[in-house]
Design a protein around this ligand. Structure first.
Ligand SMILES: *Cc1c(COP(=O)(O)O)cnc(C)c1O
Length: 419
């Protein structure tokens, strides 16, 4: 967070006053700090020094081309979950052999696209998917490199919507079935078994669930070796949490230490798929107060950013700190920060002690770099926000604010309406 700071009571991103960007770009907008993105990636990557590893940034947390391009230039690979993310990754210049593809619902054209591109591996999430990938690889006269995504039934102790490694979750294949899956895979002509994968959840704030998952995977790798199946890549997924409020997740170095210690000398090639921990605190959402309203029981700050811009508070009850862009001496207030959307669930903060921001004031929604813009929508026909990147004293609009024409792009009127 060192690159978002106050100078003379004004919030800066690196060497640029945020107020100045708002005047040029309008609000709301997402703002990413180049220095923070870079630092977070390098700290994470270097934490695994001593191991053969590939850090595959998880595209779904932030797919902006400028962000992807930066990570690519730092040596990152990419974790994708759709054909669209593959398209973005290739556009950003990622080498296909550094791309891993997860997701429970891969479609035929997406599988073909990834096979033709020549990705590093498919993280396969069901036996039917395995058979389909084999068939498509045969059709395209190629071989499909696969890992099976196992579900180690571990409670990551995070929000239920972002727990993915429990038996009741839709992700991966349970440990017993996974062995059968590998046996099936080893008989399929066009499948090349290269790895094993898990991803147990997101915003995980302790090391233990990761260690437990690691041990499960190691056991499975041993069992597989006994039946003659060799594993090269061990993909530990993503999921390391960040501080939004008062969480104290392990530092990437602490998280890495346990993994490095456990894998040293194993000849396994480690793959990691971090998203949030790299970009979450490297971005903010900047919004302006449209109105203040004093209800009978609540004070409302009505902002020009809403749930269509940042869904996390609505979807997960997520906490995002609210900070003023210009600090004043005024006493803090307790208020709901709400958006313009016609939903009661449209809030950025509820019953929160916040700075006394008034009509026309700018404020920042902190820690919004992950699952912010990527989850945004056009609900209520609101053009999506601009995205801006700062580097030192420069800034660049890395995605234009949408305009009204964008809203109807692709819509067409059937001739029979005129009948
Ligand atoms: C979402 C996702 C990630 C990234 O999770 P973070 O919590 O953002 O690190 C990694 N791998 C897979 C398969 C995912 O679906």
């Amino acid at each position: 967070m060192h690159h978002f700071f106050y100078r003379n009571n004004e919030l800066y991103c690196e060497d640029v006053p945020i107020r100045m960007i708002a005047e040029k770009v309008g609000t709301p907008f997402y703002l990413y700090s180049h220095a923070t993105l870079k630092r977070h990636f390098l700290i994470f990557n270097e934490a695994f020094e001593g191991l053969e590893r590939l850090v595959c940034f998880s595209a779904k947390s932030n797919t902006n081309l400028a962000v992807l391009k930066l990570f690519k230039s730092l040596g990152s690979g990419l974790d994708i979950v759709s054909g669209g993310e593959l398209y973005r990754g290739l556009k950003a210049g990622f080498s296909p052999d550094k791309i891993v593809y997860s997701g429970v619902g891969k479609r035929i054209h997406e599988i073909d696209y990834a096979l033709e591109a020549g990705i590093l591996m498919f993280n396969v999430e069901s036996l039917e998917e395995l058979e389909l990938i084999d068939k498509r690889a045969g059709f395209l006269r190629t071989e499909a490199p696969v890992a099976i995504r196992v579900n180690p039934d571990i409670d990551p102790k995070t929000h239920p919507y972002i727990s993915t490694g429990l038996k009741k979750n839709k992700f991966g294949i349970d440990m017993e079935t996974a062995i059968d899956g590998y046996k099936v895979a080893s008989r399929l002509k066009n499948i090349n078994i290269v790895g094993i994968d898990c991803h147990i959840g997101s915003q995980i704030t302790e090391s233990k669930p990761f260690i437990d998952a690691l041990e499960s995977l190691k056991n499975l790798i041993n069992e597989l070796r006994q039946i003659g199946i060799q594993i090269k890549y061990m993909d530990m997924g993503g999921g390391l949490g960040i501080t939004y409020n008062d969480e104290s997740p392990p530092h990437p170095r602490e998280y890495a230490r346990a993994i490095v210690d456990s894998l040293k000398g194993s000849h396994l090639h480690l793959i990691l798929e971090p998203g949030r921990v790299i970009v979450g605190n490297a971005g903010i959402l900047v919004s302006r107060v449209l109105f203040r309203k004093s209800g009978k029981v609540k004070e409302f700050v009505i902002a020009d950013a809403g749930m269509n811009d940042l869904l996390r508070p609505t979807l997960y009850d997520a906490f995002h700190a609210i900070e003023p862009v210009v600090r004043t001496e005024d006493k803090p207030i307790t208020a709901d920060v709400v958006g313009p959307i016609c939903e009661t669930g449209d809030f950025l903060a509820v019953d929160r002690k916040i700075p006394d921001v008034k009509k026309g004031d700018l404020f920042a929604v902190m820690s919004a770099g992950a699952y912010g813009f990527t989850m945004s929508s056009n609900y209520c026909s609101r053009p999506r926000a601009a995205e801006v990147m700062v580097r030192d004293d420069r800034f660049h609009v890395v995605r234009d604010r949408e305009i009204y024409e964008d809203l109807v792009d692709g819509e067409s009127l059937p001739p029979f309406l005129d009948d």
